[in-house]
Design a protein around this ligand. Structure first.
Ligand code: DOR
Ligand code: ZN
Length: 430
């Protein structure tokens, strides 16, 4: 039994805040109320005075690297990193080796996750066989086996006819298509956003249209096929505008952006910091503002981390040769709190929706709610704590965080999944 005392629960923007106690028995929330009797011999008592309690988080886009790239991350280390950040449901991308592009691979990821992961892991299947962009993968079989979505993330499906067919099939099998929008004819050889910083540094730029022309294409394809298109890691203001238009048009489109796109700009790259090399690239302040506005308005539905671990040797090289990606699980909530709530006046309940209800809706999972009778999946956060992101505190196998050395406000202290304490007072025990 676990008793959380003096909890201020935030399920969504509609919650009114009052202090209550939460009693957890086995895997469920047994009781929520004032003055629940405490029995230290029978229960673990957690004092949450001055803290906030919210449903644990869901990430619909991350990279766990298993099989094939276990030197960067594996299902166990990635899941522990996710748990440390308050995530208890994550969806892992199929750009592994071999890729997750068939039924057996989906089964394998699920089996491994069951064996080693303290949290819930859903595999995302590939759109095309071997990420070739040429031949569709076995979408129906993958869905039957438990794939939650399909995506060739990391690569764009450049052939519009293949993408159209993928959308048609996905509709028949009721599975969303997660699109990595990047016209590779426009982005080829590019390292960072095309603009001021690419001019200063001499690094080859990626034009913003590389993203938005594919966003426009996929919206049009989704309109005609009536399939569910999900656009991931949106980074430009033009994409936000197109998605807004598509929604007004009645297209079945949803979208996410990542903590780094709503907090940082291309200027991070001025010192040739390879941890700031991500794909799509960090853009400009105007884009950051448009993305935040998009989140506020509901044009962008949710946040995903795009947790993309890479080994030191893949980042400690010349900028042109460095791998793209930043890890993201362990800083996600704190970045959102710092940059959305503190700096931009977004309500805390909105952040909870961006990390819980909304991503779950995108992939067809019921919301996680803190209510009597529900599974005990929750986090306790300290909203006042200021901390510096330091390599030695990172749980993930890889340390390539673009936030290293930055100070963030708020910290996920305690994480409970199905009544089990995965992290308590900042200490991970899973
Ligand atoms: O920066 C990125 N890294 N963007 C992607 O789309 C793929 C990811 C990876 O797999 O490393
Ligand atoms: Zn991607």
């Amino acid at each position: 039994m676990i008793l959380i005392k003096n909890a201020q629960i935030v399920n969504s923007i509609h919650d009114k805040l009052e202090k209550v106690d939460i009693l957890i028995v086995d895997d469920k929330i047994e009781k929520i109320g004032k003055g629940i009797e405490e029995n230290p011999n029978k229960m673990i008592v957690i004092d949450a005075s001055d803290k906030y309690v919210m449903p644990s988080f869901t990430d619909i886009h991350c990279h766990l690297r298993e099989p094939g790239f276990e030197y960067k991350e594996d299902i166990k280390s990635g899941s522990r990193s996710a748990a440390a950040g308050g995530f208890t449901t994550i969806c892992c991308m199929p750009n592994t080796n071999p890729p997750i592009d068939n039924r057996a691979m989906v089964a394998y990821i699920k089996y491994r996750a069951k064996e080693v992961s303290p949290i819930e892991v859903f595999p995302v299947g590939a759109i095309t066989k071997g990420f070739s962009g040429e031949e569709l993968a076995e979408i129906g079989f993958m869905k039957e086996e438990g794939a939650i979505a399909i995506s060739d993330d990391g690569k764009c499906v450049m052939n519009a006819n293949i993408m159209r067919n993928a959308l048609l099939y996905s509709k028949d099998f009721s599975i969303p298509v997660i699109s990595h929008c990047e016209d590779t004819n426009l982005s080829e050889g590019g390292q960072i956003n095309l603009g001021y910083v690419s001019t200063i540094t001499g690094l080859r730029g990626i034009p913003r249209e590389a993203e938005s022309v594919i966003v426009a294409r996929d919206i049009l394809l989704a309109k005609e096929t009536k399939a569910h298109l999900h656009i991931t890691h949106v980074s430009t203001k033009e994409s936000v505008r197109l998605i807004k238009m598509a929604k007004e048009w009645g297209v079945n489109v949803t979208a996410d952006t990542c903590p780094h796109y709503i907090s940082l700009t291309e200027e991070e790259v001025l010192g040739f910091n390879t941890n700031a090399k991500v794909n799509p690239p960090l853009r400009t302040q105007e884009d950051v503002e448009a993305l935040i506005e998009g989140l506020k308005e509901g044009v962008i539905d949710c946040i995903s981390t795009d947790h993309a671990p890479h080994h030191k040797d893949e980042k400690n090289v010349e900028f042109n040769l460095a791998a793209s990606g930043t890890i993201g699980f362990e800083t996600a909530f704190s970045v959102l709190f710092t940059y959305l709530v503190e700096k931009n006046g977004v309500e805390l309940g909105k952040v909870v929706e961006l990390l819980n209800q909304n991503p779950r809706k995108v992939i067809g999972l019921p919301p996680n709610v803190i209510r009597e009778g529900q599974k005990a999946n929750l986090v306790i956060v300290d909203l006042k704590k200021k901390w510096e992101v330091k390599e030695e505190n990172i749980v993930s196998k890889s340390k390539n965080s673009v936030f290293l050395g930055k100070f963030l406000t708020s910290y996920v202290e305690t994480v409970i999944y199905n009544g089990k304490i995965l992290k308590k007072d900042g200490v991970l025990n899973c």
